[in-house]
Design a protein around this ligand. Structure first.
Ligand SMILES: Nc1ncnc2c1ncn2[C@@H]1O[C@H](COP(=O)(O)OP(=O)(O)OP(=O)(O)O)[C@@H](O)[C@H]1O
Length: 257
């Protein structure tokens, strides 16, 4: 499955957010999108998720416009982990995650044992088996984020969009989630993730997209696109991109204040 975003521009009423955004994503690839607050990262994910429509350009899945897929076909191909999710009812974690199976369940049917098994597998993969019977409304922000990721994994869509999937997680769960994203890519899933943590993009070591303040988007492999000058410009601070031989990778660190 190949996703192609072709010259997409988006404005809220009179305010242009981004113009002529183009990139492609093949199966097994990860695109980490960096950019300052308000630059348009979530808006871009919402356009790919069909929640918003750009006024120009198109988005293709295997050469066919995303708008030409039925809702169910689309959901089997593209899953979405939003930044915040507030459910109306106190579903248990198990019931919430099995909702990821809805593109495979007909309107008048209930989830099958197979659907529950897939949901439980996703819950275990994320390491939240202890929350299985807990009502979603009684979870912490970070627990909700993990449960929402499990629901997207249970959906088994070929491409998963994740809007700041680690924003509410403790340091250990952040790194474990980054590991899970890498594992999913090895299984053939394509992942597009927004993040405010350059180290996450460095750890994933795949494609990086940078959305700047003026809505210009550039993308490429981490090795070609990520440098100190660009990171300083994105975040308007003094920072260093240093190679740490103890861990054999670059790390982004802020200078002293
Ligand atoms: N519903 C809306 N109506 C009007 N303007 C909006 C709406 N949603 C977002 N915006 C504006 O569009 C711009 C892009 O917002 P978006 O949420 O995509 O940025 P972002 O890069 O994801 O930000 P952050 O890193 O803070 O999450 C911002 O200037 C924001 O104020």
């Amino acid at each position: 499955m190949k996703l192609e975003v072709s010259n997409v521009s988006f404005s809220y009423k009179q305010k242009n957010v981004f113009s002529n955004v183009s990139f492609s994503l093949n199966e097994g690839e990860i695109l980490s999108i960096l950019g300052p607050n308000g630059s348009g990262k979530s808006t871009l994910l919402n356009c790919i998720a069909r929640l918003l429509k750009g006024e120009q350009g198109d988005i293709f899945l295997d050469g066919k416009s995303i708008y030409d897929y039925t809702m169910n076909e689309f959901a089997r191909n593209i899953g979405y982990v939003p930044q915040n999710h507030t459910p109306a009812y106190a579903f248990t974690v198990k019931e919430f995650v099995v909702m990821g199976r809805s593109p495979y369940i007909s309107a008048f049917s209930m989830p099958s044992d197979k659907d529950y098994n897939i949901a439980i597998e996703a819950i275990e993969m994320i390491g939240i088996g202890h929350l299985l019977t807990k009502p979603y409304t009684e979870l912490s922000g970070g627990e909700r984020q993990l449960v929402t990721i499990a629901r997207a994994i249970a959906q088994q869509s070929k491409i998963i969009l994740m809007d700041e999937p680690t924003s509410q997680l403790d340091y250990g769960n952040q790194i474990r989630t980054i590991e899970i994203i890498k594992k999913l890519s090895h299984k053939g899933y394509g992942i597009i993730m927004t993040t405010h943590t350059p180290d996450h993009a460095i750890l994933l070591n795949d494609k990086i997209g940078i959305m700047d303040k003026s809505g210009q988007f550039e993308w490429g492999h981490a090795a070609h696109i990520l440098n100190e000058e660009k990171l300083k410009k994105i975040y308007s601070i003094n920072l260093k991109l240093v190679y740490l031989k103890e861990i054999d990778r670059l790390a982004c660190v802020a200078e002293g204040i």
